[in-house]
Design a protein around this ligand. Structure first.
Ligand code: ZN
Length: 343
């Protein structure tokens, strides 16, 4: 613990001296508007999500708490580099592990000052699914560690060995942390909207409908023209395992009606509003193409090939190099939903 603190303090000091983020920093803080920062997650094993950091007259609101409390503590340290105001609200955009498992860091750092905020559905998801998924990560951890060790044992290239050793260390640290994880639940929830009214800005938290999960919320800053969207809309390929695909398209259409310029998504870089149509159209085209493949009588394996080929020309280039790695899972999700006549 002392060592970690020391490392973070050195990191902060170097940031102040040089203005350049250091290796100890987990996030790159990018100013998006006055008092609004995107905390863009650097590569980690396993990943962290991005956060949005919104500084208002007497406090800070943070959207999303990453995959573990140590990451949230890291961000809290970096936030102290831009403001000495306390974090008063930590919002969970949805219940997924890489967005909510760091919650506990906030009441520890700001006792009796901070509320953990989410939609009521997200709180229920954390109760019903969150702890179960923590347990799955603990159960799967040793296998993932053994897998990296096996790859390390056969790797000849020195640079690749170094990367694998780093990955191994991060996996082991993560497993140790998640084994003692306290999953702190949101203590302030809402159904449709919750507005923080401040003299210099309103922060509008909105549930616009089901999408990536049953409880996604966005944080909208009308004056600063920014929206923080979690995994409802981001710069990577969508994960669709807990999603409601046609409703997701409709929810993004509702989001499109808001007036904003910048999107701070849960993963990838800050995007212009135009990215919303691209991401929304990917989901709509995915559903339409899988439907067509099924109408042609294709099996899942055949549809996986044909739909990926149909979508690639339009979408491969805009998905941060992640199209090929995820499109198969997305096709399978929609194929099985259609098979079950969910829509
Ligand atoms: Zn997610």
């Amino acid at each position: 613990m002392a060592k970690v603190k020391w490392a973070l303090m050195v990191g902060t000091a170097l940031v102040l001296c040089t203005g350049v983020a250091t290796a100890q920093d987990l996030f790159d803080l990018q100013k998006v508007a006055d008092g609004v920062y995107a905390a863009l997650a650097r590569p980690r094993t396993p990943i962290n999500c991005n956060a949005a950091v919104i500084v208002y007259d007497e406090g800070v609101l943070v959207v999303d708490t990453h995959s573990r409390p140590s990451s949230a503590r890291g961000l809290i340290q970096q936030i102290k580099g831009v403001t000495d105001k306390p974090v008063r609200y930590a919002v969970n955009s949805h219940f997924h592990w890489d967005h909510a498992q760091g919650n506990h860091a906030y009441p520890v750092a700001f006792p009796k000052q901070v509320a953990i905020v989410a939609s009521e559905a997200t709180r229920e998801n954390l109760i019903n699914l969150g702890m179960q998924r923590v347990k799955e990560q603990i159960d799967n951890g040793p296998r993932l560690i053994e897998d990296v060790k096996r790859r390390l044992a056969t790797e000849q290239d020195a640079a690749a060995q170094g990367r694998l050793r780093d990955e191994l260390r991060q996996q082991e640290e993560y497993l140790a942390e998640v084994r003692s994880l306290e999953l702190t639940l949101p203590d302030l929830t809402f159904d449709k909207s919750l507005i923080l009214h401040r003299p210099d800005r309103d922060v509008v938290l909105l549930f616009l409908g089901r999408g990536h999960t049953s409880g996604d919320v966005v944080a909208y800053l009308p004056k600063q023209r920014v929206v923080a969207t979690g995994d409802l809309l981001h710069g990577w390929m969508p994960f669709m395992g807990d999603s409601y695909p046609p409703e997701w398209v409709a929810t993004l259409d509702a989001l499109d009606k808001l007036d904003f310029d910048h999107i701070i998504g849960g993963h990838g870089g800050v995007k212009p509003k135009a990215h919303l149509r691209f991401f929304r159209n990917y989901l709509a085209d995915l559903i339409a193409e899988v439907r067509r493949a099924r109408d042609r009588g294709e099996t899942l394996a055949q549809a996986t090939t044909s739909v990926a080929a149909a979508l690639a020309p339009k979408y491969d280039a805009g998905m941060d190099g992640r199209f090929a790695g995820s499109v198969g899972a997305n096709i399978e999700k929609v194929y099985k939903d259609l098979e079950a006549k969910r829509y």
